[in-house]
Design a protein around this ligand. Structure first.
Ligand code: SAM
Ligand code: SF4
Ligand code: SF4
Length: 376
């Protein structure tokens, strides 16, 4: 059966210009939202374009040759991204994830990485900089990324079987090239590498065990992600979600696994270890076990809008402040603090608490932003 495609409501330009508070608080590195969640991670989307058309993210029926991607002038420049990142770091951000779209399509990305790698936390520590990629360009770019200061990569890979993989990326891209990219990334020291597999029941769940067998004893941490109802175009259905508990059951039919503690508060993955020392795996249960309580992530869209939740339908237009010479860094910093201190988003928790046919209040259904726009 083919997925039902809902036409995209183009809401990319719906955003509020942030309020600049009259009294500017100096950043303390300890900003908390209304639910006492700190601002710790910043995900930066560097392009809304991609060379894949994964149906759960950028279905080709919508993201086709007529789709209007953002023009170059809309994109934040590397200088603008660095200026904003500095402001976020003063408020407590320690971890940066570059994403997209496909981040490696952004020209000279290593230059941006080099600029971000110069920044330090208020305690003088370097930032934890990572990147999520479909892996298609890693063979070419891994060394330059590493040299520029990138520490790790997360590679998205949904199947080992070439036919299943080509079908899922929908551009006939061979799995061997992504595997080669992972190998090169490993060789240049972009480690530990994480591999993310979105599990769609009936599409690639038969790949769970082959993927686990392949990455055991390799040093790669394989993580299984529940298929999410993000965006408005992927025709999401609950019956295509394979709950993480079921993924773990399947794995346990073949392997002995022990649950292990999270690395840090707010870690999205639940971690497991092969009892025989074969390494680690993780599951990310965004649908069946919402983790909004610890969500410390902000997202910056390709054109500089700040989103406080993956399921938000409106952003805060920081680019409007950046491109107006009247505003100083202190004022932009004050605006960011004002926004985060009012944050109350917890979409997944609210949705989990409601019957499936009842919409989350305030969540404007098919007006939600696409993941390729705000970044995963
Ligand atoms: N193109 C890069 C990639 O695929 O890694 C980075 C951007 S992509 C939007 C980031 C992550 O979001 C990927 O791991 C992808 O699998 C995940 N993703 C996209 N749509 C999803 C959905 N509907 N449910 C769960 N994960 C999704
Ligand atoms: Fe592209 Fe990544 Fe989305 Fe796939 S998941 S379409 S690779 S942005
Ligand atoms: Fe964070 Fe929103 Fe996801 Fe909850 S639904 S974990 S608040 S991004």
């Amino acid at each position: 059966m083919t997925d039902k495609i809902i036409p995209i409501a183009d809401i990319r330009y719906a955003a509020r210009v942030p309020h600049i508070p009259a009294r500017l608080q100096a950043p303390t590195g300890m900003l908390a939202d209304t639910l006492a969640r700190p601002l710790h991670d910043l995900r930066i989307s560097v392009t809304d374009r991609c060379n894949f058309r994964c149906s759960y993210c950028m279905p080709s029926e919508v993201f086709n040759k007529d789709y209007a991607f953002l023009p170059q002038t809309s994109l934040l420049s590397f200088e603008e991204i660095t200026r904003l990142t500095k402001i976020f770091v003063a408020h407590g951000v320690e971890k940066i994830r570059l994403t997209g779209g496909e981040p490696l399509l952004r020209k000279h990305l290593e230059v941006l990485i080099g600029m971000l790698a110069q920044l330090k936390t208020p305690q003088g520590k370097p930032l934890d900089i990572t990147l999520t990629t479909n892996g298609s360009l890693l063979v070419k770019k891994a060394q330059a990324l590493k040299d520029a200061g990138l520490q790790r990569v997360t590679v998205s890979l949904d199947a080992l079987d070439d036919a299943v993989f080509r079908r899922m990326n929908d551009v006939d891209f061979p799995v061997a090239d992504v595997l080669k990219g992972i190998e090169v990334a490993h060789k240049v020291g972009l480690a530990p590498i994480k591999v993310n597999m979105v599990v769609k029941r009936g599409t690639n769940d038969a790949e769970i065990l082959p993927m686990a067998r392949h990455f055991r004893h390799s040093g790669v941490v394989l993580r299984f992600i529940e298929y999410m109802d993000v965006g408005a175009t992927n025709g999401w259905r609950m019956d295509e979600v394979m709950p993480s508990a079921e993924v773990i059951d399947r794995l346990q039919q073949e392997f002995a696994l022990d649950a292990i503690d999270p690395n840090y508060l707010g870690e999205t993955a639940e971690r497991w270890r092969y009892t025989d020392g074969g390494g680690e795996i993780g599951v990310i249960s965004s649908v069946t076990k919402a983790f909004c309580g610890d969500c410390n992530r902000a997202r910056l869209s390709t054109e500089g809008k700040l989103f406080l939740c993956l399921f938000a339908h409106q952003g805060h237009d920081l680019r409007a402040l950046l491109r107006d010479s009247h505003y100083s860094d202190e004022q932009i910093s004050g605006a960011v603090a004002h926004i985060w201190q009012r944050r109350d988003d917890r979409y997944s928790e609210l949705r989990a608490a409601l019957p499936p046919d009842v919409a989350v209040p305030g969540a404007e259904g098919n007006k939600r932003v696409e993941m390729s726009y705000i970044g995963g």
